[in-house]
Ligand binder design. Structure first.
Ligand SMILES: [Zn+2]
Length: 147
């Protein structure tokens, strides 16, 4: 399966972000691994906004995770998996994609997000963008629509 899930569905993850706008881009497929068990493999990625802990302005970060999780039916099955295998108990007919992905997404976020380039340069770019006449123009157009 391939699709998008709104970031807003990942409550714990979005609480760590500067904005819940955006989507998780998802590519997953399911493989049988014998004796009625299944494995879900694939990848998920998203462009997220975080507050730079240096300048406290919003920065955009691309995050990506690989998915390789064994789906099991009970805790005892989970505990019988080898240590290097990720497992998840699925006790409802539907697999929860937020449960499958959310912990890993949280883990790939930097503990202390910072701009890659020195913040002062980023501020200059942001500053010049806000001075663009284009922004004011769109505001005027919106006002006109309300009238
Ligand atoms: Zn910064």
């Amino acid at each position: 399966m391939q699709g998008f899930i709104p970031l807003s569905r990942f409550v714990r993850f979005r609480n760590l972000l500067a904005s819940e706008e955006g989507e998780i881009d998802l590519r997953l497929h399911f493989e049988e691994v014998g004796s009625g068990l299944a494995r879900v493999v694939g990848a998920a990625s998203a462009s997220v906004e975080l507050f730079c802990q240096n300048c406290l302005h919003v920065m955009t970060l691309q995050v990506a995770i690989d998915v390789n999780t064994r789906l099991v039916k009970s805790d005892s099955e989970l505990h019988s998996l080898a240590e290097n295998i990720d497992g998840m108990v699925v006790d409802t007919p539907r697999l929860s994609l937020t449960e499958l992905l959310e912990d890993d997404l949280i883990l790939v976020l930097p503990m202390v997000p910072r701009h890659d380039v020195p913040c002062i340069e980023t501020l200059k770019i942001v500053g010049s963008e806000t001075r663009r006449p284009f922004a004011d123009l769109s505001k005027l157009l919106l006002q006109r629509e309300k009238d």
